[in-house]
Design a binder for this molecule. Structure first.
Ligand code: I85
Length: 403
């Protein structure tokens, strides 16, 4: 890792730098604007060969702070506008106690390529279940939420515990949504179940698909407004609702050990599964669901609503009695640990299915470019322009909001 050369050299236009502002931490202390360090990360940290996992945009390694000896996690990304956004969103979000904390960010040259390095706080999974996979290096499986539940042999996982876990994840989502950031990749692999003394804490990570939702699509040049569907004008709700759908799926799996929608064909996402997701076809089969409270099922129904505009928002979620009164949730023993254990050979498929389903939901409205009417070469428009010219008006398209 070398330090980044020529700071003056033309840098890829960052989409986010100007927007990063002071963020406040729960304790009231202000989290300052992100400053990307340009000197070599290896000046400050000793990188280890241990791979903690592979994210969407890059791998995560273990490293050590040279001065304090503190063990950290380092994520390596190739520098591009998408990586810059990931870094910025993760930085802004890291004031939340249920989001993996970012300590430092570096910009370095690695093998001739400009890289971004995110140094994060290192979290050890709740169970010391360090699995070693000789082919892939170190596996991070042990740190993920469901592996932890699966390993609970004798002691049954309860409905109340499920409620507490969902409240933690909800807290992270609420924090993000209040800053108008949608995570859009809330899934088991991105939930680290960690332990501090006796307490276990959930941490959400990986901002590789995060998106700012406050920017109105109409502010991008000019659409051909005649055909704009209402959902294109207001993408905000959609991006956030994707996170709410994830909360529904995770709640469901926590309560029974299997997902609400799955593919029968072995494909990551089959036509049948897509249909079932679209139609909202899932059930609460017995025996797994027999003892689960009606309140929990009602919450899931609100989260898995097929119409994103009808889906529960994060504030409604946090105010739902099953979430905000975890203590009153019955400590009913669940089938989850047994089912996860029995179906463990299929867990990789379940994860793949959730990944594909999320991808289909991340409709990127940014990519829907609406034409500039002034330069549009639409036949109908041209005809109309001609007519208007003849009539002596100058406006190209009446009714277009050419601001
Ligand atoms: N600690 N998705 C799966 C990990 N501490 N991990 C992933 N994106 C990230 C890895 C691939 C999440 O942004 C990820 C990211 C950040 C981490 C992360 C951050 C801080 C950890 C991709 C561990 C860990 C620590 C001790 C033991 C073990 C794991 O991963 C285990 F035993 F499991 F191997």
């Amino acid at each position: 890792m070398e330090q980044s050369e020529g700071e003056q050299e033309s840098q890829p236009e960052s989409h986010v730098d100007s927007k990063s502002s002071v963020k406040s931490l729960p304790g009231g202390e202000a989290h300052v604007k992100l400053e990307i360090k340009k000197h070599a990360v290896t000046d400050d940290y000793k990188l280890s060969k241990r791979v903690l996992g592979l994210g969407i945009n890059g791998k995560v390694l273990e490293c050590f702070n040279k001065e304090t000896g503190q063990k950290c996690a380092l994520k390596l990304l190739y520098d591009n506008p998408k990586a810059r956004q990931e870094v910025e969103y993760h930085w802004r979000a890291s004031g939340c106690p249920h989001i993996v904390h970012v300590l430092d960010v570096y910009e370095n040259i690695h093998h001739g390529k400009r890289c971004l390095l995110i140094v994060m706080e290192w979290y050890a999974p709740a169970a010391a279940s360090t699995k070693h996979c000789p082919l892939r290096g170190w596996s991070m499986e042990g740190g993920e939420l469901f592996s932890r539940i699966q390993e609970r042999g004798d002691q049954a996982f309860t409905e109340r515990e499920a409620s507490e876990i969902m409240r933690d994840i909800g807290t992270a989502i609420q924090y993000l949504h209040s800053m108008n950031i949608a995570h859009r990749d809330v899934k088991p692999e991105n939930l680290l179940y960690t332990s501090k003394e006796k307490d276990t804490v959930l941490k959400l990570t990986d901002f590789g698909f995060a998106k700012e939702t406050s920017v109105n699509a109409l502010q991008t040049p000019c659409y051909t407004p005649y055909y704009v569907a209402p959902e294109v004008l207001g993408p905000e709700k959609y991006d956030k609702s994707c996170d709410m759908w994830s909360l529904g799926v995770i709640t469901y799996i926590l309560l029974c050990g299997f997902p609400p929608f799955y593919s029968n064909t072995g494909q990551a996402i089959s036509p049948g599964m897509k249909r079932r997701i679209r139609m909202g076809q899932y059930g609460f089969p017995n025996p797994e669901w027999a003892e689960v409270s009606e309140e929990a099922k009602q919450l899931i129904r609100h989260l898995l609503k097929t119409d994103p505009t009808e889906r529960m928002t994060v504030s409604q979620f946090m105010n739902h009695p099953w979430i905000n009164r975890s203590m009153a949730v019955p400590p009913t023993p669940l089938h989850t640990a047994r089912v996860l254990q029995e179906d463990k050979d299929h867990w990789d498929e379940v994860k793949e299915e959730m990944t594909s389903a999320l991808a289909t939901m991340r409709v990127d409205y940014d990519q829907v470019k609406i034409k500039d009417l002034k330069t549009s070469n639409n036949r109908l428009l041209n005809k109309r322009r001609k007519k208007q010219k003849q009539a002596g008006t100058s406006s190209a398209a009446p009714g277009c909001n050419n601001q």
